[in-house]
Design a binder for this molecule. Sequence first.
Ligand SMILES: [Cu+2]
Length: 127
Amino acid sequence: MRLTSTLLTIVVGSVLALGACKKDEATSKPADPVGTVGPDGIRRVAIEAGRTGYKPDRIPAKPGEKLILVFTRTVDGECLSQVKVADGALTPLPMNTPVEIPVTAPASGDLRFACGMDMQTGVVAVN
Ligand SMILES: [Cu+2]
């Protein structure tokens, strides 16, 4: 009897935990490294600077392609409050405010972006 109720508690607990997990996934936007092309013909890729770093953290691009990275910081704290793209200046990222940074993909290889402390990183990747 006691074992049964313990098992039941575990099962119910797991179901509740799974449910909570699923709900989390549904509310957070999936990473989309492709983005959308605006009326100006320039591709915009939204990047979330959040709890787990940059999402997406790898944006495939064509050689020399011009694109606009749209960073939105969704987490408090100093770490992701600034972003540095390639060898450019540090750009402040206010909370929940999209900040557009135009970039040109390299002829080959990766164009790197990182937080102000160089802890979180991502790339615009040319294959
Ligand atoms: Cu950092």
